[in-house]
Design a protein around this ligand. Sequence first.
Ligand code: ADP
Length: 497
Amino acid sequence: MKKYIMAFDAGTTSARTILFNLKGEIVSSASKNILQFFPHPGWVEEDPSEIWSAQISTAVEAMSKISASTDEIYAIGITNQRETTILWDKKTGEALYNAIVWQCKRTSKYCRELEEVDLKDKIREKTGLIIDPYFSATKIKWILDNVEGARERAEKGEILFGTVDSYLIYKLTDGKIHITDYSNASRTMFFNINNLEWDKELLEIFQIPEKILPEVKNSGEIYGKSSSKFLGGQIPIGSAIGDQQSSLFGQACFKSAMAKATYGTGAFVLMNTGYKAVQSKHGLVTTIAWGLDNKISYALEGSIFECGSAINWLKDNLKILDVADDSEYMATKVKDTCGCYVIPAFSGLGAPYWDSSARGTIVGLTRAVTKNHIIRATLESLCYLSKDVISAMEEDAGFKLKELKVDGGVSANNFILSFLSDLIDSKVLRPEILETTALGAGLMAGLASGAYKNLEELSEILRIEKIFEPEIDDIKREEILKKWHRACKYSLAFAEE
Ligand code: ADP
């Protein structure tokens, strides 16, 4: 009798496997850390064989904890760190080079050259992305150019490329299946999100042979079965979806104007824009949320570089906090920030400012300002930065956000969510299950394997723990936003010589 759905959460620093029951409750889980290597400043790598062995061993562990058999599992769903690039030998599965992780900046110079030859608009129109080392294209080119014999072997069809989803599926099927899904394909910087094909012109520009690319599939469908070698029997593989898109799905943001924000070390805001790719005028990224039944849902994506890391800065650098949890209590011990603003632009500001020379700034200090005011101002800054991203999304999409679902460590903070709701003038909803990334891939695989009938059934699974509603009027909102934007200006361009 089938009763579980297995989700692989192939994250940046850990591999996890969760077994969910059909109510979306976690019945078993296991996790293993993944080592990162930093061979040069700004370079980030991982060992693909460790990514695979950590993932499969957590699957074995999660099953054995509850003595689950493969017959009891409907399907495996996979969600993964996006953009991370692996090239491997088609026959043996052996990687040519370490996985180049999304955070890796080794191709920054090449990306600047691409901007100089005026490829910005073309790349944005075709892929929805801005030119950045983050995406897979320039990482593939780097491996082909720098690993001896790689390009020749790729031209001969002996090499395959994949993001982590693709690599895990190849391994799990013992080399039989080489695919990816629309959400992961849309992060490569050479997938045309309008005609849904690998873009020949861009492939030529990046000098990437089409032969090495996986076939692009729906994010939820049965791609095949896992080899019986690994888990004691075969299990259908029912989804592959990038982590941020997976949490959008796990948060049941199935319709246009629904959005989620994941507040972890950094923050990622994604808004579903329906079956339409919306081009951003504010430097947001247009991405494929998922493909289901060959229908594509799109999203706008904006990120905030520092989020939980700003709380850690209060704790570890300023030492005005003992633990992150205390920040809520301390912020509410004062009635406002006493006119001070913290702009946590430690590594520049992202959308809609796009200023890599912005630096962290505190303005409005007087003798009356205490540590609690500074803590409160830091918490508020995360809400202001979110509001800026969401306003940009609303302007681009031409409609107002319906509601914001939240997850991630920082979303435990009630003060933040309440102030956020005031600023964005929408409900903020915190679900009971905070493992929405794994849940998204699990639900998608459940849908593909017939465990669930439709999206309506899935919507009922996400139970909300707390709803935050806006409590201030438009006049007050305008007034505080105006002050924030004035404060923000002081941080811009500071690091410029
Ligand atoms: P990641 O997945 O990026 O590692 P998590 O989602 O685990 O991040 O969130 C961890 C972050 O959440 C830490 O930076 C921590 O400081 C912050 N955090 C945890 N609890 C709270 C809280 N109650 N208020 C504010 N921040 C918090």
